[in-house]
Unconditional design. Structure first.
Length: 115
């Protein structure tokens, strides 16, 4: 069970990284614009990119946490005597996944707010 949970975590983390890089790419390209009118147009693209990236982060984290919870519930239903061991084994990856999602969300919000 730990190998499957770790594999799911490893599959979810690149989604969060891709979402952050997708959200920041319009902002990085917007800094190259020299004209104020072009810069105003690129700001709306930057906010759109940040919104899409933030949505991808939340969706990815939600899917990952949902899969962990479903696997834990299934494992506890199959073997109720090992409920404390299953819960203990699932908690750390859940916390790590939640932490990565929160850090990515804070990063996207900081980029938006500093613009």
């Amino acid at each position: 069970m730990r190998a499957r949970a770790l594999r799911r975590l490893v599959m979810t983390l690149p989604l969060a990284v891709a979402a952050v890089s997708f959200a920041t790419s319009p902002i990085l390209f917007a800094q190259a614009a020299a004209e104020p009118a072009a810069q105003a147009g690129s700001m709306s693209i930057a906010f759109f990119g940040a919104a899409v990236g933030l949505g991808m982060i939340v969706i990815g984290a939600g899917l990952g946490i949902g899969r962990f919870a479903a696997a834990a519930a299934e494992g506890i239903a199959r073997q109720p005597s090992a409920a404390s061991q299953i819960t203990g084994a699932v908690n750390l990856p859940l916390f790590l996944l939640e932490g990565v999602a929160i850090i990515a969300e804070v990063g996207v919000l900081l980029i938006v707010l500093t613009k």
